[in-house]
Design a protein around this ligand. Structure first.
Ligand SMILES: [Zn+2]
Length: 616
């Protein structure tokens, strides 16, 4: 079907209005942004003048006053930054927008640098004194709402101190920071440049394509196509493999040294700290997912049958199972999503209504517009914005539901103010995945044929495998790499390939044959070298969100108030405390199983749909 067949005129009108982000005359955005940043710079200078070197001397009300001023400053910078970023994203080819975006970054950096002293001095305050200050309550004589209590920033101040036990002396920190440009960062950049330069020749004599394009061929319904793409990717990964292996080894050693100097007890400890995730909850997650590796295997066995194969090979995993791809018009999607949210909760329904009727969303595909979809939280004094690239496909409906989930979370959490509006990374996908799951249920109900249900379920199951199971397998690969580097020294290239293959075989069991060609495919994943330990966060966020949904299924209507409280709490509490609001204990492996049980149910449904469609 051609694009002309899917003409969806209503969506063309769905554009956002960014004026509310600006202070001053919106007809000259650049001047308005410049004026805002100039004001922020002046106030930052005054702030530093007043507080630098004195943070340790502040009393409770004094600390609250400083935090208010700092928050107001961040609001101004946040508005300017949000405006320039969003303005740029809908037309990245406009040099005026590009220049403004760049200028805001250049002007915001000195403001941030100017204010950096505050967090450093705050982290240096002795524990006992900090606890005393954090206990400051609002004094009775102030009823203005801008009282002296620290509620609006307490959690933020507390978490800002969590690195304290791992900080070195100031001169040591300074040397590490300065030298990191030519050490860790340089290695990371070398790796990225090597990967970005990879070219894959898919046919003899043809123009080479990027790695991304070659990998997208793995979705092909033709097995010969997939096998060829995989072989060509392996060939393209070969040159430079030794160099990328050396970079990986070097960064493993660099992290080992860092962790030793900073007193981190294990390779993942600093990442868990950054994620505000306890070691116990991460271990519980990894154990729970590894115990259910049978789920992806079951899907791949079913998929082999659907594709008419005895057994999948690694390059068959992404193959399309149906060519079903129905058109959904904007109006239809809007009604479905609105209805799903309103049915769940009128409060969320009202918020979604505002997104869909006020100029908060930019939906159509336009030349020069940024790819993908996102929700920008912006600042508490304005409202969130959502960007889409609407192509009238069923996938787009789920994306709309997903981004509106972020949107309602941002709008409700925004009431906590600038310090507490955003959740820690591990909870950032809760409302988005929740909203997507509700709408997915509706789409499934509306699907008219078993074939249509099967294609929906396949997409969802493969999404879960990619986000949950694959990331945990990658975490296990990282775990073995870091541990072995620490115990036995530098790893040979063959050994890296072996550990990679092993982590995949452990995941896939007898359901998928991991070919020898696949052994070098670790070598384009930049997360492993640039952000060690990061990958489990995808699984953590996704399963947490599904477990929250499972709580809703158990509790029904009665769950809704707790869920709204969770969203309204934003990032004002720790992940453990936020989980407790909806009756979830993050350190309990049984809780993670609840999210996994949803995946299992989808597998049952997919099997049934495949039978009904006569595909088995
Ligand atoms: Zn998201």
């Amino acid at each position: 079907m051609s694009i002309a067949d899917v003409a969806d005129h209503e969506v063309e009108e769905v554009a956002w209005d960014l004026d509310p982000l600006l202070e001053g005359d919106p007809s000259d955005p650049a001047a308005a942004v410049d004026a805002m940043l100039a004001e922020a710079q002046t106030r930052a200078d005054a702030f530093a003048e007043r507080y630098a070197g004195r943070v340790g001397e502040l009393d409770g009300p004094g600390l609250a006053e400083a935090m208010r001023e700092l928050g107001d400053l961040q609001e101004i910078v946040g508005r300017a930054g949000s405006f320039s970023g969003l303005y740029f994203s809908t037309d990245t080819t406009d040099p005026v927008r590009g220049a403004l975006f760049q200028r805001v970054q250049e002007k915001a950096t000195p403001i941030e640098t100017k204010l950096l002293f505050f967090e450093l001095e705050w982290a240096a305050v002795e524990d006992a004194r900090a606890d005393e200050l954090l206990a400051t309550e609002r004094s009775g004589d102030e009823a203005s709402g801008r009282g002296s209590g620290l509620d609006f920033c307490r959690h933020h101040l507390r978490t800002a101190r969590r690195y304290r036990p791992h900080l070195l002396s100031e001169p040591e920190e300074k040397i590490l920071a300065e030298k990191s440009l030519t050490s860790r960062n340089a290695w990371g950049r070398l790796f990225e440049e090597q990967v970005a330069a990879l070219e894959v020749t898919l046919e003899e004599g043809a123009e080479p394509v990027s790695l991304e394009v070659a990998l997208s061929r793995l979705h092909s319904s033709d097995r010969a196509d997939r096998a060829n793409a995989a072989a060509c990717v392996t060939a393209a990964l070969e040159p430079g493999l030794r160099t990328r292996g050396f970079v990986f080894n070097t960064l493993l050693a660099d992290k080992m040294v860092d962790d030793r100097l900073r007193g981190y007890p294990h390779w993942l400890a600093s990442r868990n700290l950054a994620n505000e995730a306890s070691d116990e909850s991460v271990e519980a997650l990894v154990t729970a997912v590894r115990n259910r590796y049978e789920l992806p295997r079951r899907w791949y066995r079913l998929k082999a049958q659907l594709l008419g194969l005895d057994r999948l090979k690694d390059y068959d995993r992404m193959a399309a199972v149906t060519d079903e791809n129905p058109v959904v018009h904007w109006r239809e999607a809007r009604e479905l999503v609105q209805d799903s949210y309103s049915n769940f909760s009128p409060v969320l329904g009202d918020l979604v209504h505002r997104f869909l009727t006020e100029p908060w969303i930019d939906a159509p595909v336009r030349p020069g517009k940024r790819a993908g979809a996102f929700c920008a939280y912006t600042v508490p004094s304005v409202h969130p914005y959502v960007m889409l690239n609407w192509t009238s496909r069923r996938r787009d409906v789920l994306t709309l539901a997903h981004e509106l989930g972020h949107g309602v979370h941002a709008a409700l959490g925004g009431r906590q103010g600038i310090y507490h509006m955003a959740t820690p990374l591990t909870l950032a996908e809760t409302a988005s995945v929740f909203g997507e799951t509700i709408v997915f249920g509706r789409l499934l109900e509306h699907a008219e044929t078993p074939e249509s249900r099967l294609s929906l379920l396949a997409e969802s199951i493969e999404g879960s495998i990619a986000t949950v199971f694959r990331q945990i397998a990658m975490n296990q690969f990282e775990h073995r790499m870091h541990t072995e580097r620490r115990e036995t020294g530098e790893l040979a290239l063959d050994r890296i390939g072996e550990l990679w293959a092993h982590s995949q075989e452990e995941l896939l069991g007898d359901a998928v044959e991991v070919t020898d060609d696949y052994r070098s495919w670790w070598s384009y994943v930049h997360h492993f070298v640039s952000v060690p330990g990061y990958v489990y966060a995808y699984a953590y966020g996704q399963l947490l969100a599904l477990a929250v949904y499972a709580r809703y299924e158990e509790e029904g209507e009665g769950f809704v108030p707790a869920y709204l409280e969770l969203l309204g709490a934003g990032g004002s509490r720790s992940p453990e405390e936020l989980g407790a609001i909806v009756g979830i204990d993050l350190a309990d492996p049984g809780f993670w199983d609840r999210g996994l049980a949803l995946v299992e149910r989808q597998l049952d449904a997919a099997e049934q749909a495949a039978h009904e469609a006569g595909r088995l």
